[in-house]
Design a protein around this ligand. Structure first.
Ligand SMILES: Nc1nc2c(ncn2[C@@H]2O[C@H](COP(=O)(O)OP(=O)(O)OP(=O)(O)O)[C@@H](O)[C@H]2O)c(=O)[nH]1
Length: 483
């Protein structure tokens, strides 16, 4: 589920360094401001979204992973501190801890994407979880050391608080940043589409009403439902919102995880880790669902096309006809059944490899003559079908003759030799009436099959059709004679 498959933001560009600088400064300042506003008195911020957001930005746009762009983000943090609070060694160290988180996550994610060139996968959920863990440990270590020093009694509580906040916020925010796209709103939104979100809201309300340690896991089934129903970006966003709401509710004792006692720092530590662990589950499910869907798309694409000739397979033709059903304009359909004459002699005289090459070249020549509007399918062996919307049977017949003569004169080259083929064609032609396209096609195929038999019986290399029982007047010598 690459974010590039969907519409993406163009806030940054490889070729606009000035815009990138402005973007980094604006985002750093904005999220520093938001984090500072969420800061509890004398404590760490309830959320510090800056690191997760900037890590996501740097990881998403690999070309931003340059020393000068990191430096700009760092300087923006220092300037913010200098303007609003203090400027000094503590500010330098704490902001360095922010950068440690940002750089660790972004470098690890971009490294992953570099290694998987063929199918870039922006969210490998489990890896991301580990990267946030590592980055949060590093960030908390530098931050706590810079703030109180290793010998202070408050070092470990501060470290734990710092780590749990960074880890949970990172796990919630980074997947969002890596997958976010401009939302596409469904026109025909039905109530059942909203049910997973409704279930999510109900489960969060249940967490508040029931409380206790288990309450934090209540939204998990609803989040997994979202993961199965919605896109990966939507799942990441809903997971982020749910996690952020839960942390806020726990911190304010609205979700009461310690029913009989007051909320303590270790409880908050545990709650944050619990929420982060929960948050990774729907992302993992969503990634798996996206991977399965992509696999299904690939498999059905393979089933729709004949691998040797690259025209439709029999089943692919039926799928294409179903799609055509919705947009058919013409009321008249022509179905041709084409069978290469004496193809067995090609295999016998030149080998199967030559036969395969000629089948592929034959199919491409037919497709080229029919044009993009006609459907060409390999029905099996050396038998092909062509379906076109023609204004009349005469027009369909004329096209069949064009195909036949273009094949007759086409020089197939095999290992320096020029070989010629001929094809016999049977035509079925008629109006839709009230029937579906598939019904008409099946009827016309039977007719085409009957007329193909007549073409073969009459000597091959000809087109036969119902129009006045016409058969081509020209008789060609047999292909085996020509080869
Ligand atoms: N190389 C190759 N040959 C194939 C393939 N599928 C079918 N054939 C061959 O196509 C030949 C069809 O032979 P027949 O059904 O006797 O028909 P024909 O020799 O074309 O004679 P007519 O149709 O009566 O003019 C057989 O020799 C098959 O082995 C394929 O995918 N590759």
């Amino acid at each position: 589920m690459s974010p590039n498959q969907a519409r993406t933001f163009t806030l940054f560009s490889e070729h606009t360094p000035l815009r990138n600088v402005v973007g980094i400064v604006v985002l750093t300042t904005l999220f520093y401001f938001i984090g500072a506003k969420l800061r509890l008195v004398e404590e760490l911020s309830l959320f510090w979204p800056l690191n997760g957001v900037m890590a996501g930005v740097f990881a998403r746009y690999a070309y931003l992973n340059r020393l000068h762009y990191y430096a700009i983000s760092y300087i923006a943090m220092l300037v913010y501190d200098a303007i609003t609070t203090d400027w000094g060694i503590v500010s330098l160290t704490i902001n360095l801890s922010n950068m440690a988180f940002i750089i660790t996550v972004s470098l690890l994610v971009t490294r992953d994407n570099r290694l998987k060139k063929e199918t870039p996968d922006p969210v490998n959920a489990l890896r991301l979880f580990n990267y946030c863990l590592l980055a949060a440990l590093l960030c908390a270590l530098i931050g706590a050391l810079g703030s109180v020093g290793l010998t202070s009694q408050s070092f470990w509580p501060l470290f734990a608080d710092w780590f749990s906040e960074q880890f949970s916020t990172g796990v919630l925010i980074v997947p969002c940043l890596l997958t976010i796209t401009i939302p596409r709103f469904e026109r025909n939104l039905r109530l059942e589409h909203l049910m997973p979100v409704v279930a999510l809201v109900v489960s969060v309300v249940a967490s508040v009403v029931i409380g206790g340690a288990g309450a934090l896991a209540f939204p998990l089934p609803a989040l997994i439902w979202c993961a199965v129903r919605y896109s990966l970006p939507a799942t990441c966003l809903l997971t982020f919102v749910t996690g952020a709401v839960e942390i806020t509710l726990v911190a304010n004792s609205v979700i009461n995880i310690a029913a009989t006692t007051a909320l303590t720092t270790p409880m908050m530590f545990s709650a944050r880790l619990g929420i982060a662990t929960m948050a990774i589950c729907p992302v993992m499910v969503s990634v798996s669902v996206a991977a399965i869907n992509s696999l299904i798309r690939q498999v059905s694409l393979r089933a729709d096309f004949d691998f040797l000739t690259h025209v439709y397979s029999r089943s692919g033709l039926y799928e294409a006809l179903k799609r055509e059903e919705c947009q058919r304009k013409n009321r008249h359909l022509t179905v041709m059944l084409l069978d290469i004459d004496y193809f067995k002699s090609i295999n016998d005289n030149y080998g199967h490899e030559c036969g395969d090459k000629m089948l592929a070249a034959f199919a491409q020549k037919v497709q080229e003559t029919v044009g993009a509007d006609g459907l060409v399918a390999r029905m099996g062996g050396e038998e092909f079908a062509v379906v076109v919307s023609c204004a009349s049977t005469q027009q369909g017949y004329a096209l069949a003759e064009r195909i036949r003569t273009s094949i007759e004169h086409y020089p197939f080259i095999w290992r320096g030799q020029t070989l010629f083929l001929t094809v016999s064609i049977g035509l079925g032609s008629g109006h839709y009436g009230s029937s579906t396209l598939i019904e008409v096609f099946n009827r016309l195929m039977t007719e085409a099959d009957e007329y193909l038999y007549r073409s073969k019986k009459a000597g091959r290399n000809r087109t036969s059709a119902r129009i006045a029982e016409v058969t081509t007047s020209e008789r060609a010598s047999s292909p085996t004679e020509q080869l």
